[in-house]
Ligand binder design. Structure first.
Ligand code: ATP
Ligand code: MG
Length: 329
């Protein structure tokens, strides 16, 4: 089976609808026909300041949301990044394979560092750790949102560069980015990516929001002064974002949704979408809360996942160490 590998940062209590549509839905789909590895990226999380108790809690909450969304720990390997030492080991080698200018050109680094007074070195080297996360498992495909395309491209370059310099070591992975749903926008600011670190919480749909809160956020989504429901991301970013979300959650084409709402008002679309989102997300919320009632079981799943991940990752590190000329121990 081809291998699918991806992760989500433990940077919030709840994942949001962008994570759900851009990443989690694909993870669930991939597990049908891939050997899948999904991890909670707690090491990436500390590239910006985190409260330790909160980080620990969010790591478990994120794991619970993975499973609640449909990732089956019997079929897919779910683990915590920091449980597998191979990640920082290979990351170091890849940092030494990456140019400083190359790292500085990453838009995520530019965006995240522009907003900060104290920029950590880890924020700059983030893409090398991400490349390690992927290359350790010889991933064939990496399901992510559009915002990670540039990091994926760098990962591919690093794999090729290393292979060229030291001999074939890493599989060069493909980006698993679904064109239509790869970028979900903030409901209050539909030209900005929906993000955990959103400026306005009203624009952020959390998968653990209560149904009432979800409905309220959809109803107050920013649209435009026009009245026609049409898909036009340039001229009508708000309505187009709602149509994208609607399509991603139902599997219906945008065209068929536009046809269904022909002659209706924005309010109808918002209410219809709110109902669909509640139907989809309320069970995920309930299942997450149930899973969080049995933390020992969650921890057991994560430790079993770490064992499976480690066996593969350690072998890749062994080969990489050999290739770069590190002395046998
Ligand atoms: P942060 O603001 O802390 O970076 P984030 O919301 O970007 O958080 P990540 O953990 O960095 O979340 O990303 C996890 C996955 O979710 C990645 O694959 C990323 O591409 C995807 N993703 C994040 N935001 C969106 C979005 N708005 N639309 C589609 N996919 C998204
Ligand atoms: Mg992010």
């Amino acid at each position: 089976l081809p291998r699918s590998v991806s992760g989500i940062q433990a940077t919030s209590d709840s994942l949001h609808l962008g994570n759900y549509i851009g990443a989690l839905q694909q993870f669930v789909e991939h597990q049908e026909h891939h050997d899948a590895f999904y991890f909670i990226a707690n090491m990436h999380a500390i590239t910006v300041e985190q409260d330790p108790a909160e980080l620990r809690e969010r790591t478990l909450r994120t794991a619970a949301q993975f499973i609640a969304a449909g990732i089956d720990p019997e079929r897919s390997t779910i683990f915590v990044q920091s449980h597998v030492d191979a990640h920082p080991k290979l990351s170091w080698i890849l940092e030494c394979t990456t140019g400083l200018g190359e790292a500085q050109r990453m838009t995520q680094f530019k965006d995240k560092s522009a907003k900060k007074e104290n920029v950590s070195l880890g924020l700059l080297t983030y893409p090398a750790l991400m490349a390690a996360d992927i290359l350790l498992y010889q991933a064939d495909v990496v399901p992510v949102g559009e915002d990670q395309r540039q990091h994926l491209e760098l990962t591919r370059n690093l794999a090729e560069r290393f292979n060229h310099r030291y001999g074939a070591t890493f599989t060069v992975p493909e980006a698993g980015i679904l064109k239509e749903t790869a970028k979900i926008y903030d409901l209050q600011d539909p030209t900005s990516k929906m993000s955990k670190s959103a400026a306005n919480p009203a624009g952020l749909i959390n998968i653990l929001d209560e149904p009432k809160a979800l409905t309220k956020k959809f109803k107050s989504a920013v649209t435009d002064n026009d009245t026609v429901i049409a898909f036009d991301p340039e001229a009508k970013p708000g309505v187009s974002n709602l149509l994208t979300i609607y399509s991603a959650l139902t599997g219906d084409s945008v065209d068929s949704i536009v046809a269904e709402y022909e002659g209706k008002m924005y309010g109808h679309l918002k209410v219809g979408l709110a109902e669909i989102a509640v139907e989809k997300l309320a069970p995920v919320r309930e299942r997450t809360l149930e899973l969080l009632d049995d933390r020992a079981e969650l921890e057991r799943i994560l430790l079993a996942g770490a064992d499976k991940a480690q066996a593969i990752a350690d072998e890749t590190v062994r080969v990489a160490y050999e290739r770069v000329g590190f002395l046998h121990r």
